[in-house]
Design a binder for this molecule. Structure first.
Ligand code: UD1
Ligand code: MG
Length: 465
């Protein structure tokens, strides 16, 4: 080891097209639990404290690079313009990994790997003083995977497509995860060739070459095959999603979250939940969402990238997107809250209401059949049924400001931009086009006229025409 050389770096191979996905989207950006495959190994590595990580991108690499830079800015991005195989990808990263003592190489299409498994694996590599170690596992149906062929103490990997009928019977397979001593890998990386059925440079071939150079190599057998499921087609994508879904739910239920129907509950990997939460059937929580303590979330609710504070009751059939709901609020049923809406504490929003990019201040109520968009509703104001903020004039969005302690009569239309002072009232059915001063009543509707005797003068055709 040279002076100052760091022990470990991790290279994630993510340049492949993923032909078997039959999709224009690069394989590692296909999603499970609403996050791209690549999210999973990167977040495991981040939480385990690995610092020096590179991702090798290639097929639709601009998209993979953009996502990586946005979500994991600390990660280095390398390019494999032509995808000539995993061995070729490892070679292209040599300039980077040669400055470390060991390089851990893992595929970007294996999202179920746990950091603690990688840690244990690395410990074995160090403990045994190996030049090359790779993780293997047993599969009852090993089709598609590289087979681990052991011959006495020697071990090599044969790809499924290159294996003989006898070799294909072998159930021990290569996970695609390796630790290499960088000097040993440098000695063999230029000797890989592409004389195989796929005409690709195979990284697994480096194992046999290192052994030939008398470097100690070892297949470290892992106990849980589920961690190594490689995603190559839509079936495997769905299988991995099912494992991840259960893993996340088990974690939260282990921490006290009560889920009455785990099978229909979907909680994304970035969601965080407080204590004493109750979740009814058919709920989805996605993205960067957090739910505080003592909340209950009713059926058919979808929450995405939002903050739900403590003691909120979501009655059901509610959609919340990029918004915040303050403590002790009661929401639903049939509510859509979106685009940076801010509901402060003790707010009630319910029954067929849409709130968009608005602030609803403490204790305010929007209980029935309303649209509130680009608005600020003051404290303790009550918005009557059927109220609409008419925010769009066909060109731009305009703002409605309603003060505190206002009483907005049912079916009020606010033609924005408009400002309503504190303690103001609107008469039901008003179309408000002008500001209302503090404490005033705004009436803007046609005066009622009663026509005496109208019904007796009217011809009534009983039973239709
Ligand atoms: C690979 C292994 C196989 C192992 C299996 C485990 C090889 C040749 N075979 O097969 O032994 O059992 O993983 O899942 O390595 N990639 C690149 N550049 C390339 C080719 C691939 O970056 O030129 C990336 C892919 O994006 C993918 C990973 O390497 O994330 C593995 O490639 P893939 O084509 O899925 O290899 P497998 O056939 O699954
Ligand atoms: Mg694969």
């Amino acid at each position: 080891m040279q002076d100052g050389q760091k022990e470990f770096c991790v290279l994630i191979l993510a340049a492949g097209k993923g032909t078997r996905m039959r999709s224009k989207t690069p394989k590692v950006l296909h999603k499970i639990m609403e996050e791209p495959l690549l999210y999973y190994p990167l977040s495991e590595l981040r939480s385990a404290g690995f610092n020096d990580i590179s991702v090798m991108v290639g097929f639709s690499g601009e998209r993979v690079e953009e996502w990586t830079r946005e979500q994991f800015p600390e990660v280095n991005v390398l390019w494999q313009r032509e995808q000539l195989g995993t061995g070729h990808a490892a070679k292209l990263a040599q300039e980077w990994w040669k400055d470390f003592k060991n390089v851990v190489i893992i595929p970007g299409d294996t999202p179920l790997i746990k950091a603690e498994t990688l840690r244990k694996f690395i410990d074995v590599h160090i403990g045994k003083n190996n030049k090359c170690s790779f993780l293997s596992f047993d599969l009852s149906d090993p089709a598609g995977y590289g087979r681990v062929i052991r011959d006495g103490l020697s071990v090599r990997i044969v790809e499924h497509k290159d294996a003989t009928a006898d070799e294909r019977k072998c159930r021990e397979v290569n996970s695609g995860m390796y630790v290499f001593d960088t000097t040993a890998l440098s000695d063999v990386i230029d000797h890989l060739n592409c004389m195989n059925s796929q005409k690709e440079y195979y990284l697994p071939d480096a194992v046999a070459l290192i052994e030939k150079n008398s470097g100690r190599t070892d297949a470290v057998k892992a106990s849980d095959p589920a961690e190594f499921l490689g995603i190559n087609d839509p079936n495997q994508l769905a299988d991995a999603a099912a494992v991840m879904k259960k893993r996340i739910l088990d974690k939260w239920m282990g921490m006290g979250v009560r889920c009455s129907d785990p099978l229909s509950t979907w909680i994304g990997p970035r969601v965080s939940l407080g204590e004493d939460i109750e979740i009814q059937p058919n709920v989805q929580l996605w993205g960067d969402t957090s739910v505080g303590r003592q909340c209950s979330i009713g059926s058919y609710t979808v929450i995405q990238d939002s903050v739900i504070e403590d003691n909120v009751e979501i009655i059901g059939s509610v959609r919340v997107k990029k918004s915040r709901i303050g403590q002790n609020s009661v929401i639903g049923p049939f509510v859509y809250i979106r685009d940076e809406a801010e509901l402060h504490n003790d707010v009630h929003v319910g029954r067929f209401v849409e709130i968009k990019k608005s602030t609803i201040r403490r204790g305010a109520k929007v209980p029935h059949l309303s649209y509130v968009g680009d608005a600020d509703i003051g404290e303790r104001t009550n918005i009557g049924a059927g109220t609409i903020t008419c925010n769009y004039d066909g060109e731009k969005k305009n703002f409605t400001k309603i003060g505190s302690n206002c009483f907005v009569g049912s079916d009020t239309m606010f033609i924005a931009p408009v400002t309503i002072g504190d303690n103001a009232v609107t008469a039901a059915g008003s179309v408000i086009t002008q500001d209302i001063p503090e404490g005033a009543l705004g009436v803007a509707r046609a005066k009622q006229k009663n026509i005496e005797g109208w019904s007796s003068r009217r011809k009534i055709h009983k039973g239709g025409n």
